[in-house]
Design a protein around this ligand. Structure first.
Ligand SMILES: [Fe+2]
Length: 311
């Protein structure tokens, strides 16, 4: 159709899209165009603002590399990742779920590690943490033989992929649940950390007067045939950014029971007080066991980067 005014544009685009053969593609793209056009109308978007929006999109790609995924970070910073997660887990958002964000730091091929072993692979000072995690189905039956990836930041707030001073795959490991559906491992207590702010996500956070911190957490990814792959995080209850997570990942259900021990016999002889323990049970839903695409594939080289804190 020949366009006469701003209202006709939306009609014209939707009319051309009506030929889309795949019904789901048609549904998504039609809704996208309607909402995008309505957004511009609602805020009376100027030409300068539109150019700035395009620059944001360009920068998301330009800032993404083998060791960093700016698009994933932006999705989290807008709460979009958590919305998608909660829409697709826990009976489509109706019940509590152990599902949570994958985040930008999962790497494939974590080292297979026996239960009870440590995932500290290079000197990493910090309070010892002993984790026991149980995996069960919705009828509380244990799930043996699940492959469980674990990864987390150091007590200094760096994932090993960001930090050339840490050994490759430090604070990462893959465990297999035993006959009772349990894994266990030793590590160090993770710290909260700032997300990078040298790209468009930083521009967004500064423009909104927001900090760039994530509260401390452990990541889990569990795979077992017959179950939907469970991607989860378990947050420490003592972090001051729990209620203002820059990535909006914290749900009440996933604030873990990390216990601080100032006395008593630790599970290993070389442990100093205080040390911590975490015992957590995950419920896996029936579904498809498929792995997500790793957001990153490599490890940073050279100097340890400096991540400013906007807090
Ligand atoms: Fe994380």
């Amino acid at each position: 159709m020949i366009i006469k005014n701003q209202h006709d544009v939306t009609t014209a685009v939707l009319a051309e899209m009506a030929r889309t053969p795949n019904p789901r593609t048609k549904e998504i793209l039609s809704a996208f165009v309607r909402h995008l056009h309505d957004l511009a109308r609602e805020v009376r978007m100027t030409e300068d603002e539109w150019r700035a929006a395009l620059d944001y999109i360009i920068a998301l790609g330009q800032r993404t590399s083998a060791t960093h995924n700016e698009a994933m970070l932006m999705s989290g910073s807008l709460g979009f990742s958590t919305l998608i997660c909660l829409l697709n887990n826990g009976d489509h958002g109706h019940t509590d779920t152990d599902a949570n964000l994958l985040g930008p730091f999962w790497r494939a091929h974590s080292p297979p590690t026996p239960n009870g072993a440590s995932i500290v692979r290079s000197p990493t000072p910090g309070p010892a943490l002993f984790v026991k995690a149980s995996f069960e189905d919705r009828q509380s039956r244990p799930i043996p033989g699940a492959a469980v990836d674990v990864w987390h930041s150091s007590p200094e707030g760096f994932y090993e992929n960001q930090d050339p001073t840490q050994a490759d795959m430090n604070l990462r490991g893959q465990f297999t649940t035993d006959r009772d559906g349990h894994i266990s491992f030793r590590s160090v207590k993770p710290a909260g950390y700032p997300v990078p702010v040298d790209g468009p996500v930083g521009d967004l956070l500064r423009a909104q007067g927001r900090h760039n911190m994530r509260p401390a957490h452990l990541h889990f990814l569990a795979v077992k045939e017959g179950f939907k792959t469970l991607i989860s995080q378990v947050y420490t209850p003592d972090d001051r950014f729990l209620e203002t997570d820059s990535q909006f990942g914290v749900t009440r259900h996933l604030i873990g029971n990390y216990v601080r021990h100032d006395a008593g016999r630790a599970p290993a002889d070389d442990v100093q007080n205080p040390w911590y323990s975490l015992d957590h049970t995950f419920v896996m839903e029936a579904g498809e066991a498929k792995l997500p695409k790793p957001p990153i594939t490599g490890k940073a080289q050279g100097e340890r980067p400096k991540f400013p804190r906007l807090a």
